[in-house]
Design a binder for this molecule. Structure first.
Ligand code: PGA
Length: 248
């Protein structure tokens, strides 16, 4: 079973989500061996809960706040997501790390609060172009994963997926090569082995994200150690996205 995650980002109003979900539900081939999660904007979540109820498609969110509740004007908590029907939440996407200055300590708290509220987590990690060029990919991945998963019990990793997302490949049309993807994914599993166990390293779900299209999806989802893909731009138009899913 391959895992496919759509990250819609800030790209759908509720009326557009309604149209998108109706098309996805009616045309998604649920017999295909694909575990599909659609990460919608907050304002479309409740609608997603109603429309996806009883289907095999899961509802995802793109972020949450690290505190349980309180005076955080404009923020969204894990409990709010859970009650809105969310199954899984993306944490630590590079757009949040870079544009909203999220750090690994905050990401660690977000993961803990998400798990506490019964949510699955997709932790995004990946190096910048400067880190890649100075051969710091391994070091970056290790720090991001170790700090993000600090204090977690091994059995909690069952609800954690890690997505390898080189920052230079996101939204740029420049996807990593299969070799680069396998290198990053191997490094991720090694950190899990060192910090948890070989069993955890083998069983954790690892995705790739960054300029995935219908041209490269098959090779990426069949790369060694890769369990699926996180898709931004190519998930926005349902016809193209369904075609991409058929090629997994
Ligand atoms: P992209 O986005 O597919 O548009 O590069 C990937 C992501 O959000 O991680």
């Amino acid at each position: 079973m391959k895992k496919i995650v759509a990250n819609i980002k800030m790209n759908q109003t509720p009326s557009r989500s309604r149209e998108y979900l109706i098309n996805m539900i009616s045309r998604f081939d649920s017999d295909k061996n694909v575990d599909l999660t659609l990460c919608l904007p907050y304002t479309s979540l409740y609608l997603g809960k109603l429309l996806l109820n009883g289907t095999k498609i899961k509802l995802g969110a793109q972020n949450l706040h690290e505190e349980e509740c309180g005076s955080y004007t404009g923020e969204i908590s894990g409990a709010m997501l859970r009650e809105s029907g969310v199954d899984t939440v993306i944490v630590g996407h590079s757009e949040r790390r870079v544009k909203f200055k999220e750090n690994n300590n905050q990401i660690n708290k977000k993961i803990k609060v998400a798990l506490k509220n019964g949510l699955g987590v997709i932790l995004c990690v990946g190096e910048s172009l400067a880190e890649k060029n100075t051969l710091k990919t391994l070091e970056t991945l290790k720090t991001q994963i170790e700090e993000a998963l600090k204090g977690l019990y091994e059995n909690e990793l069952e609800r954690v997926t890690i997505s390898y997302e080189p920052i230079w490949a996101i939204g740029t049309g420049k996807n990593a090569t299969i070799r680069e993807i396998e290198y990053g994914v191997r490094a991720i599993r090694k950190v899990i082995e060192d910090d948890f166990s070989l069993k955890a390293a083998k069983s954790i779900t690892v995705l790739y994200g960054g300029s995935v299209t219908n041209k490269n999806i098959h090779g990426i989802t069949h790369a060694k150690g890769v369990n699926g893909a996180l898709i931004g731009g190519a998930s926005l138009e349902e016809g193209g996205f369904l075609n991409l899913i058929s090629l997994v």
